[in-house]
Design a protein around this ligand. Structure first.
Ligand code: SAM
Length: 243
């Protein structure tokens, strides 16, 4: 796929999948029209870069479906200069979309190899789009947030938690917004939390399916491949990476 073909497919994605799928925020649509998703998918998935679905990336993880990226980003109501924490860097695509909206992003990833790959992808992209300096990728358990850099105007969690991770709402600035998939490993509900002083308003924003958030504020480690998960104290892995 050359860059002209990619630009055409991206414009179609924005009109058909995003605008046609109910995304209304013109700034989100413009940001997603700018970020070349084909640079964030594995080479063997290139022909599917603009299909409206999640795609597998390295380490058994996934790059989220474009419509879900747009929906979550719209809920976050990103404004230029906002400080945003992304939990779950994955490919780095979501962080690039946030940066394209003018956010200053800290993106946390628990798997060092994914964090490193995302860093170099974003650096390469920065040459053309000037986004790299707006994103700092940090390796760590994002289910605990990033207290040293709090408060955040927005927190977006791109992996599923069994409940709203307790550490995160407290790291929101007043008026700040947190978007997080909450539920079981197999399916979840997207939850929006808005901070108003010392109180937190919560709203359900539709069903979703994400890979699990693994960490203190998330699920426990998946059992290794081939392990039935039946040993005492072990959770069985039955989530499929859809988003
Ligand atoms: N935003 C990503 C993108 O645009 O490609 C998609 C993220 S993928 C659906 C979820 C990511 O969350 C995976 O890369 C996974 O390793 C990461 N993850 C899971 N638990 C985590 C945790 N506790 N802290 C940070 N990252 C975590």
């Amino acid at each position: 796929m050359n860059s002209e073909q990619a630009a055409r497919l991206r414009a179609e994605m924005v009109e058909r999948q995003l605008r046609g799928g109910g995304i209304r925020d013109e700034r989100v649509l413009a940001a997603m029209a700018r970020v070349p998703r084909e640079l964030f998918v594995p080479a063997e998935m290139l022909s599917r870069a603009y299909v409206d679905g999640a795609l597998p990336i390295a380490s058994g993880q996934s790059i989220s479906q474009p419509h879900m990226v747009a929906h979550m980003t719209e809920l976050l109501d990103v404004r230029p200069g906002m400080r945003v924490l992304e939990v779950g860097t994955g490919s780095g695509y979501g962080a690039a979309v946030l940066a394209a909206l003018g956010a200053r992003v800290i993106s946390m990833e628990r798997l060092p190899e994914l964090a490193e790959a995302a860093r170099s992808r974003l650096a390469g992209l920065g040459l053309g789009l000037g986004l790299a300096e707006a994103v700092r990728v940090v390796v760590g358990d994002g289910s605990l947030g990033c207290p040293a850099d709090a408060p955040f105007d927005g927190i977006i969690v791109t992996a599923a938690a069994p409940r709203v991770p307790a550490a995160l709402p407290a790291q929101l600035a007043d008026g700040g917004r947190l978007v997080v998939p909450v539920g079981m490993r197999a399916h979840q509900e997207l939850v929006l939390v808005v901070r108003r002083g010392d109180s937190f308003e919560e709203r359900d924003c539709g069903p979703c399916v994400f890979v699990p958030l693994i960490g203190e504020g998330g699920f426990s480690e998946p059992a290794p491949a081939g392990d039935s998960g039946s040993k005492p104290g072990r959770r069985r892995w039955f989530g499929r990476p859809h988003l």
